[in-house]
Design a binder for this molecule. Structure first.
Ligand code: AMP
Ligand code: ZN
Length: 476
C-alpha cells in the first residue's frame, strides 16, 4: 500500500497520488518575521519536515516552497516604532529563524521566497481578480468578493453564508464600511499616504493582503495546481480558505490536491501564542540545558501531528532519556566487538527482529505519519536486541541489521545517530548546496564532476560516503 495522509479538504485519510509521477510539489506557510518564532511554530515546521523526509525516503523528489512573510501590518507597525526600515527590522528575525531550523535539523525548503521580492506576481494576481470580477476596488483598496466564489468555505466545511455573516477576525469597523459584504477581505491595502511599506500598482499605492502573498508566491513557484499545501490548523480559516478563493476563482483548478494541517502545541492558557505570553523559544530551552535533539524528538514523536500536544518542559527530560536508550543501543550494536556477541549466523534472532521493526516503522509512517507508533517499534527492537545480546544469541549480522534499521529510521527522525556518536554541527547552506549539486551530478551520471565536488567538500573538512542507504557525511 502507498503512503496515506489525512486531507483536511476531504476529511479522510487518502493515498497520496502525485500529479507528476515521482515528484511532489509542496507549499508550506512560513513565518511572519516580526519576532522570534516559538516552539509552537516549530511543532508545525517539524511535522512538515517529517512529511518531506518521509516522502524523500519513499523515493519521491520533493520540491518545497516556504514563504517568509516580511511585510504585514504587525511588521510595519513594529518597524516604525523601532525607527527602522522593514528590511533592517526583519533581518535579525530571519537569521534567527534559519539558525533555529538548523538546530532542529529541519531541512530548509529549496525555495524560501520573501514576500517583498514577489510584488510583481502579487499585483498581477490582484489584476486578474479585478478583471474577472472576483475583486473590486473601494476607497483605495481592493477586496475579494466572497459571493463570487461558490466554493468559499469548502476547506473548513463551513457554509459560505455563515462565513459572510461572521467577521473574519481581521475586519475592523472602518474596513466594514467600504466593503460590499463583511466577509470580503482585502487583496490589496491602499496606503495613499505613502510610507516605507507601500508599492505602486494600477490600484494605487499600497501593499498586498497577507493571504494574497501566499497565493501569488505558491502559484508563481509551484504552478496553479500542486500536490500538498501545509500549515498549522489555525491557518485553515481564514488564511487557506482565502488562498483557495483567490487562486481557484481565476484558475478554475484545485490549488492543492491535499491539505496537511498540524495541530497546536498547547501551554498554560491554551494554544502557545505570542499574544497569550505563554510561549517558549528554542534559545530559552537551550539556555536551560535542553538538547536540540531531545526537543526535536519530543515535539515530533510524543504525539501524532493531528493531536494537540501539551508542552511541559519536564517532559523534555523524559524524551532525552528515551532517546539516550536508543543511542546506547546504537553504540552497543556498532561497537567493534559488542559485549556478549554470540555466533549469530542464519538463525540470528536480531536479524529478524530488525527487519520486523523496520517494516513496522515504515508501515506506521505510511499510515498518516504515525511517528509515535513508528518509534514504538524501534524501542521494541532495542528491548529485544538488548535481550538477545545479553543472552549471547545475537551476532554481528544482527548488529548490522539493527543499525541499518535505526539508520533508515533516522533519515526521518534525524536524532538517534547524533545522540549516539555525539553532536555534530549541522551543514552550512554552502555545504548543503555542494552536497545537493554532487547528488544531482551523480544522478545524471557526471561522475567526474561528482568527484570534484567531493574533493571540494573534503577541503572543507566534510567526508562524503555513498552507502546503500544513500549518501552520508561526517566531519573530519
Ligand atoms: P505565524 O508566524 O503566526 O504565521 O505562524 C507560523 C506557523 O506556526 C503557522 O503555520 C501556524 O499555524 C503555526 N503555529 C502557530 N502557533 C502554533 C502552535 N501553538 N502550535 C503549532 N503550530 C503553531
Ligand atoms: Zn500562507
Amino acid at each position: 500500500m502507498g503512503l496515506r495522509l489525512y486531507n483536511t479538504m476531504s476529511q479522510t485519510v487518502e493515498e497520496l497520488r502525485p500529479l507528476e509521477p515521482g515528484r511532489v510539489r509542496m507549499y508550506t506557510c512560513g513565518p511572519t518575521v516580526h519576532d522570534r518564532a516559538h516552539i509552537g511554530n516549530f511543532r508545525t515546521y517539524l511535522a512538515e519536515d517529517l512529511l518531506r523526509r518521509h516522502l524523500e525516503a519513499r523515493g519521491l523528489k520533493v520540491h518545497q516552497v516556504m514563504n517568509i512573510t516580511d511585510v504585514d501590518d504587525k511588521i510595519i507597525a513594529k518597524a516604525a516604532a523601532a525607527g527602522k526600515s522593514l528590511s533592517d527590522f526583519t533581518a535579525p528575525y530571519v537569521s534567527a529563524f534559519f539558525s533555529d531550523l538548523q538546530l532542529l535539523s529541519i531541512q530548509p525548503a529549496q525555495e524560501l521566497p520573501r514576500a517583498t521580492e514577489y510584488l510583481g506576481p502579487m499585483v498581477a494576481l490582484v489584476q486578474r481578480l479585478v478583471d474577472s470580477g472576483h475583486a473590486y476596488q473601494s476607497d483605495g483598496s481592493v477586496y475579494f468578493r466572497v459571493s463570487s466564489f461558490p466554493g468559499y468555505g469548502k476547506l473548513t466545511h463551513l457554509e459560505a453564508a455563515g462565513l459572510r455573516a461572521g467577521a473574519s477576525g481581521r475586519v475592523d469597523a472602518d474596513e466594514y464600511e467600504v466593503k460590499e459584504a463583511v466577509g470580503d477581505f482585502a487583496v490589496w491595502k491602499g496606503a495613499p499616504e505613502g510610507g516605507p511599506a507601500a508599492w505602486p500598482s494600477p490600484f494605487g499605492r499600497g501593499r498586498p493582503g497577507w493571504h494574497l502573498e501566499c497565493s501569488a508566491m505558491a502559484m508563481e513557484l509551484l504552478g496553479p495546481s500542486f500536490d500538498i499545501h501545509c500549515g498549522g490548523v489555525d491557518n485553515k480559516f481564514p488564511h487557506h480558505e482565502n488562498e483557495i478563493a483567490q487562486c481557484e476563482s481565476v484558475t478554475g483548478l484545485p490549488l492543492a490536491q491535499l491539505w496537511f494541517h498540524v495541530e497546536h502545541l498547547l501551554a498554560a492558557g491554551g494554544k502557545m501564542a505570542k499574544s497569550l505570553g505563554n510561549f517558549v523559544t528554542l534559545d530559552q530551552l537551550l539556555e536551560r540545558g535542553h538538547s536540540p535533539l531531545a526537543i526535536r524528538y519530543h515535539l515530533l514523536s510524543n504525539t501524532h501531528y493531528r493531536q494537540k500536544l501539551h508542552f511541559r518542559e519536564e517532559d523534555l527530560v523524559g524524551a532525552a532519556q528515551s532517546l539516550e536508550r536508543l543511542a546506547t543501543f546504537w553504540r552497543r550494536c556498532s561497537a567493534p566487538s559488542p559485549a556478549g556477541l554470540g555466533p549469530g549466523g542464519s538463525g540470528d534472532p536480531l536479524v529478524a527482529a530488525a527487519q520486523r521493526a523496520r517494516d513496522r516503522f515504515e508501515a506506521a509512517l505510511d499510515d498518516d505519519l504515525n511517528l509515535p507508533k513508528a518509534v514504538g517499534s524501534l524501542h521494541e527492537l532495542m528491548r529485544e536486541g538488548n535481550r538477545f545480546l545479553d543472552q549471547g544469541r545475537a551476532g554481528s549480522g544482527g548488529c548490522v541489521a539493527a543499525i541499518a534499521t535505526l539508520r533508515a529510521a533516522d533519515s526521518r527522525l534525524a536524532v538517534v545517530e547524533r545522540a549516539a556518536v555525539g553532536e555534530e554541527p549541522e551543514l552550512s547552506p554552502e555545504e548543503r548546496g555542494l552536497l545537493e549539486r554532487r547528488e544531482e551530478a551523480r544522478r545524471q551520471g557526471h561522475f567526474s564532476k561528482a568527484d570534484r565536488l567531493r574533493d571540494e567538500l573534503l577541503e572543507r573538512g566534510l567526508v562524503v560516503e555513498d552507502t546503500k542507504e544513500g549518501t552520508r557525511w561526517r566531519r573530519l
